[in-house]
Design a protein. Structure first.
Length: 246
């Protein structure tokens, strides 16, 4: 391998780190490739040798994050306390990561509402995260460490929505402390896996009639015989784990 090829990964990392700082400081929309070049201490022409556009840089940042997340989850399969291991991974990204990461993500999500390419990048990254969490929880169920009735996908959807809220609060409020709320997420995970949140995780959003007091049950509308029943079997099978990005 020649010296130029050996330096390429370092140049890519340098550009990605510089772009992240620019996007946090100026916002994705306002930051330019020239800004990224100046931040990286490189010429604009050299930047384009590695990334054709800002969207391509975001794809590079996403690929790097996805590889890191895959590595984190792959390393927890044999953990003595799998719940603590999953919570530790979540704490790393939701609490321990610099606030600038949350600012960048929120800005990117806003931009993705107008940019189909960025929306696809965000969706692919979220799909990877969801897949890894689902695979980890399904593994707990198969090993008898979680309630066999657990609706894994419904739980993961809930946890990811709550996590998005923590990202938003961290980005918006400089003094926001996400740590106590991370503890709440961990408790939700444990309760759900122990079978104590079955009514909350129903896909129709309603508790079963048997769990309602008689006076409330009497107020329920008549069942719609034409409605389609949803079960855990309706969920798509988990996709294969993503390959590591080098």
């Amino acid at each position: 391998m020649n010296q130029h090829a050996m330096l390429q990964p370092d140049h890519r990392t340098r550009i990605l780190d510089a772009a992240h700082r620019c996007f946090v400081r100026s916002g994705f929309h306002r930051a330019t490739m020239q800004d990224v070049a100046a931040e990286a201490g490189m010429s604009a022409g050299n930047i384009y040798r590695y990334f054709a556009s800002k969207d391509a840089i975001v794809a590079g940042l996403s690929a790097r994050d996805r590889a890191d997340i895959a590595h984190s989850f792959a390393g927890m399969r044999d953990a003595a306390d799998p719940f603590a291991a999953i919570t530790a991974i979540a704490r790393r990204y939701l609490v321990d990561d610099p606030r600038e990461k949350a600012i960048f993500l929120i800005d990117l999500w806003v931009e993705a509402a107008r940019n189909a390419g960025l929306a696809a990048i965000c969706r692919d990254c979220e799909d990877d995260i969801k897949r890894w969490i689902c695979l980890s929880l399904s593994d707990l169920v198969s090993k008898g460490k979680a309630d066999p009735r657990l609706d894994v996908e419904a739980l993961v959807d809930l946890l990811m929505c709550l996590s998005d809220g923590l990202f938003a609060r961290r980005a918006r409020e400089p003094d926001f402390d996400a740590a106590p709320h991370m503890d709440h997420l961990g408790e939700i995970l444990r309760l759900a896996c122990s079978g104590q949140m079955q009514s909350v995780l129903r896909q129709d959003g309603c508790p079963p009639a048997s769990a309602l007091p008689a006076e409330a049950e009497a107020c329920l509308p008549a069942a719609d015989s034409t409605a389609t029943a949803h079960t855990a079997h309706d969920w798509p099978a988990a996709s294969p784990a993503p390959e590591d990005v080098t």
